[in-house]
Write a new protein. Structure first.
Lengths: 236, 468
């Protein structure tokens, strides 16, 4: 079987130890630098200690999230209550003339859209992807907001499948302030806790609206995914 | 690219042509300067970028030095989630594995997101020959596919093209409107590709990482095309080199920002998605089948090299190309390889044979900019030297070079001969002056691209003596 053949070749190749001189290059050039324990724990630690600092309190996190969102051209709206989130969505509907909205079975999403007078498509069970493509916006929940990167962390459970958050031209994430975490590693830990070994088949960190700079390095939003990303965070 | 079959000749011909094109070179340089500025700003936000590099490098060392264990774990986990794993020793096996899946599903159209490994195995050629419609969905890849050429850079495939050229390409091939505006051009591609996502039977993607612990592939992108490619078609095929493994899910929290920072200067790319299996019972969409095609294609040969297995830690960020003086001058197509720049020059001789590809290791100034910029600290410029050493050791040096070196050794060991040669050289230089720059000059080939100044009036030895 090719599996055995390839693994056999790998094992044979590794029977010769790596030249210590090559292995040393990393360490030698950096003897005065802080180095953490090798292994996954060290790496999770590294994300906190070496990557950009975003503070420890929720206020710090929200502030950092705001700064990066501006750079990314994510619309980040902080509102005090579910009611004000409802209003924010009503205003967005008005401004962008939404007529068809993709949603899914998510408590927060449902309670925020219940007063919108539009056509809904629910993606929590079998749905037609052509119909979703015709929606003006997809509104989803998320698993976490990541302060260090200004990302929304989603899975197919928290965001109504794989396509709701990428096919329509506008994606709105509704989140609660309690979902704000510091790093991507914290985000993974949350999913690990929620699903144990029964991982969702799709996890994604969404960091700003879809973009490209493939033509002369000019930034263009909405290459294939949403041209707009709005994150509404309810702070109380 | 030239039609020459000999990679060395092709390299020389193309390099000569590209280096003479001042306009294109300065276009390239200014675009890479833009990259450098963004990247520096992002890097400066790190609390400690150097230490982060070490940690990221360690994660890949751990994966590569235990590849047998992690690969097996990766495959087992994926299979437990309902995915099918195909183990392929070489391009042929990978191509036929993919072709079989497509045929089994009676598929007509295939949508692809960016995947250099499919370039490596020349998948598109095969699929098109078999009569399938294959569409590249990444904008840069879409553009070079329309031009029927290879990607110029494995991260920025169309970086060599100006908007005017893309405009005329789109007008000719897509009958689109006449516009030089990058935004409007992007929207043309968006419209064309929308319909393809919805109608394609098969989605083919690559993988930036394979997480052993959980059996997931991780895909990094900005456009959303990979997400659409892996969401809408009924079947998802991911082609992945066996070296892409990382041990744990949380390792991604470090690797993904490192990849983005070095790759494009972003702190994180727009979408970083982990896919572990096809649509599950409690899920509402996603492909019904997921196939992961694992490719060796001589990676184990590189792994067997106790020095250069280092290069298997590469996360394909492309940073070493962006800083390389050779890349900046000869451009991406000149390499004639799937992977350009320093990393391409290091690994191609292992993947495709030292004899035909050793010249790449000589086209280097050994400045070390590549090693310095690499986010996982691959010792790139020393590997170029190791390739040179190995080529010489295997007797693959040029005969003329050997004779020259033999003569050089004789002269250098005998001071009197050295002095004599110095004097003769001076006289020779003066005497041959009239033929300098002409083809009858015996050193024409060497001098063609180099300036040989008149020798100093006084030799160093004479100067030293007079100083006392
Ligand atoms: S060798 Fe290093 S710098 Fe070059 S592409 Fe690979 S990871 Fe990036």
């Amino acid at each position: 079987m090719s599996r055995d053949a390839i693994l056999g070749r790998v094992r044979e190749a590794l029977s010769v130890k790596t030249d210590p001189h090559v292995r040393e290059v990393v360490k030698k050039s950096s003897h005065s630098l802080p180095v953490l324990a090798n292994g996954p724990d060290g790496r999770t630690q590294a994300v906190k200690e070496f990557l950009p600092f975003v503070g420890d309190s929720l206020e710090d996190h929200v502030a950092a999230f705001k700064v990066l969102s501006e750079k990314l051209q994510t619309e980040f709206i902080v509102v005090p209550t579910v009611d004000s989130a409802r209003q924010a969505l009503a205003q967005l509907r008005q401004a962008h003339q939404w007529e068809r909205i993709g949603i899914h079975d998510n408590e927060l999403v449902q309670s925020c859209v219940d007063q919108l007078q539009v056509e809904f498509l629910n993606t929590s069970s079998d749905y037609d992807s052509h119909a979703l493509e015709k929606c003006d916006v997809g509104i989803s929940g998320c698993d976490a907001l990541i302060a260090q990167t200004a990302s929304a962390l989603v899975t197919n459970h928290s965001a109504g499948g794989r396509a709701l958050s990428v096919l329509p031209p506008h994606h709105v994430v509704v989140a609660d302030a309690s979902q704000m975490v510091t790093t991507m590693a914290d985000g993974f830990a949350l999913i690990r806790e929620k699903h144990h070994d029964n991982w969702p088949s799709f996890i994604s960190f969404i960091t700003g609206p879809s973009r490209t700079a493939d033509i002369e390095r000019v930034l263009v939003l909405g290459a294939h995914g949403p041209k707009k990303l709005t994150i509404i965070m309810i702070s109380a | 690219m030239s039609q020459s079959t000999n990679p060395t000749t092709q390299f020389q011909t193309d390099a000569n042509r590209v280096t003479a094109d001042d306009d294109r070179r300065s276009f390239l340089r200014s675009s890479l300067r833009g990259y450098q500025t963004t990247r520096t700003a992002t890097q400066e936000r790190f609390l400690n970028y150097e230490s982060a590099r070490i940690a990221a490098g360690d994660a890949k060392w751990e994966a590569i030095e235990n590849l047998d264990i992690y690969l097996a774990q990766f495959a087992d986990k994926l299979e437990a989630r309902g995915a099918t794993v195909h183990w392929c020793s070489d391009s042929n096996e990978a191509r036929s594995a993919i072709l079989n899946i497509i045929k089994e599903h009676d598929a007509k159209s295939v949508i692809k997101s960016k995947c250099m490994t499919t370039e490596e195995i020349h998948l598109n050629d095969l699929l098109e020959k078999e009569g399938f419609e294959v569409v590249e969905s990444d904008l840069g890849e879409f553009i070079v596919q329309l031009r029927e050429e290879a990607p110029y850079h494995f991260v920025f495939p169309a970086m060599h093209l100006k908007k005017e050229e893309i405009n005329s390409l789109f007008q000719e091939k897509l009958k689109s409107i006449n516009t030089n505006d990058p935004e409007e051009l992007t929207m043309v591609a968006r419209e064309v590709l929308r319909e393809k996502y919805l109608s394609a039977d098969i989605g083919i993607s690559g993988a930036n990482f394979g997480v052993a612990e959980t059996g997931m592939i991780s895909i990094t992108e900005n456009e959303g095309n990979a997400r659409l490619t892996t969401s809408l078609p009924k079947v998802h095929i991911a082609l992945m080199g066996i070296e892409k493994i990382i041990p744990k899910l949380e390792d991604l929290a470090l690797m993904l920002p490192m990849l983005a920072t070095a790759g494009t200067g972003q702190h994180l790319t727009c979408y970083n998605s982990q896919l572990g299996g096809p649509r599950q019972d409690d899920e509402s969409d996603g492909p019904l089948e997921m196939h992961v095609v694992l490719l060796d294609n001589h990676r184990t040969r590189l792994l067997a090299d106790p020095e250069q297995r280092d290069a298997l830690r590469c996360i394909r960020c492309g940073a070493c190309l962006n800083v390389c003086p050779i890349f900046k001058n000869v451009g991406g197509h000149t390499y004639g390889t799937t992977y350009q720049g320093p990393i391409g020059s290091v690994i191609t001789p292992h993947l495709r044979g030292l004899k035909d590809w050793k010249h790449l290791s000589h086209s280097s100034s050994l400045c070390g900019a590549c090693s310095e910029t690499c986010p996982v600290k691959i010792d790139l410029h020393h590997h170029l030297l190791r390739n040179r050493r190995d080529a010489a050791g295997k007797g693959q040096g040029m005969l003329a070079e050997k004779i020259l070196m033999f003569g050089f050794t004789i002269v250098m060991r005998r001071p009197w001969l050295y002095r004599l040669a110095g004097r003769l050289g001076k006289v020779g230089h003066v005497l041959t002056k009239p033929i300098h720059g002409t083809r009858i000059d015996p050193f024409y080939a060497w001098k063609k691209t180099r300036d040989l100044d008149d020798p100093a009036k006084q030799s160093f030895k004479q100067y030293w003596k007079s100083r006392k």
